[in-house]
Design a protein around this ligand. Structure first.
Ligand code: CP
Length: 314
């Protein structure tokens, strides 16, 4: 058995992603059917950035699986400041069945995984938000029935973690992923290339455009995210204020009229009047509350899957 982590979306193969989504749907239908953390085993859940949904859904999910969440505030642990990532990991990995971390640089969680002897899960880094995109895919599958061949349009900052994870996760699912974003905010070229290579094998595709209408026309799902990601607060005036480069990419009822059968997704928290109009997020196409709930089911499935595949299920 090989120790498995979920640090980026493409740590799962296309078949594994589908299996995790199948497992998530089964767990949603029968929430206490998998007791892979019975004991209770502890899962360490560390946050170097603010959270609501991720904290609630991991804590709830770990309890459903028979385990005990151990939430560690990054201000207390000061990982990499008070002591090295390696030493923190050496402590956690002796006591926890898995480690979940929300942090800044992807290099930090990659470093943790290097020293861990239990699965490590990315609960958001500057580069990726893979648990969120699994929940989003689960939500699209619930509402549309299938993923492969469907079109997922993302509007906003094309260089943020959600854009990157939509590209990779959508490509793995065989979807056609369109990113509508202004010049200067394109996805990272290596991630775009990786997503294109994955899509070539799954029948999907990836496309980046600066035309928001072209991005959403005929889409099955339209997604956006805050224009000010965590860690970018100093830029909030330029990103969200008057003259924002993202203003043409705001998801309005007019824009949604080009995708009349699409569901609307937002990972939340949302800023009504900026990246999305209230009439959209609170309107009939919105599935954001299903999406928020699906974090729970998707993450339970990921934890269960990683413990199984790593041979570390207690
Ligand atoms: N979508 C998401 O990750 O929510 P939180 O930042 O509240 O955890």
């Amino acid at each position: 058995m090989t120790l498995r982590h979920f640090l980026a979306d493409d740590d799962l193969s296309p078949a594994e992603q589908e299996a995790v989504l199948d497992r998530a749907l089964a767990l949603k239908a029968d929430p206490f059917s998998d007791r892979c953390l019975a004991g209770p085993q502890v899962v360490a859940v560390l946050f170097d950035k603010p959270t609501l949904r991720t904290l609630v859904s991991f804590a709830t999910g770990i309890a459903h699986l028979g385990g005990q969440p151990l939430v560690v505030d990054g201000n207390l642990a000061q990982v990499g400041v008070r002591e090295s990532i390696a030493d923190v990991t050496r402590v956690l990995t002796r006591q926890a069945a898995a480690i979940v971390w929300r942090t800044f640089g992807q290099d930090r969680i990659v470093e943790m995984a290097r020293y861990a002897t239990v699965p490590v899960v990315n609960a958001l880094t500057d580069d990726y938000h893979p648990c969120q995109v699994l929940a989003d895919l689960l939500t699209i599958r619930e509402h549309k029935g299938t993923l492969a061949g469907r079109t997922l349009a993302y509007l906003g900052d094309g260089a943020n973690n959600m854009a990157h994870s939509y590209l990779l996760g959508g490509a793995l699912a065989g979807m056609h992923v369109r990113v509508g974003t202004p010049a200067g905010y394109q996805p990272r070229s290596d991630i775009l290339a990786r997503a294109a290579a994955i899509a070539a094998g799954t029948g999907g595709s990836v496309e980046v455009t600066d035309d928001p209408v072209a991005a959403v026309t005929g889409a099955d799902a339209v997604a956006t995210d805050t224009w000010v990601s965590m860690g970018q607060e100093a830029e909030s005036g330029a990103r969200r204020g008057g003259g924002s480069p993202f203003a043409p990419y705001a998801v309005t009822p007019d824009l949604m009229a080009s995708a009349p059968s699409a569901v609307f997704l937002h990972c939340l928290p949302a800023y009504r009047g900026s990246e999305v109009d209230a009439a959209v997020i609170d309107g009939p196409q919105s599935v954001v509350w299903d999406e928020a709930e699906n974090r729970l089911h998707a993450q339970k499935a990921v934890l269960s899957f990683l413990l199984d595949r790593s041979g570390t299920r207690p």
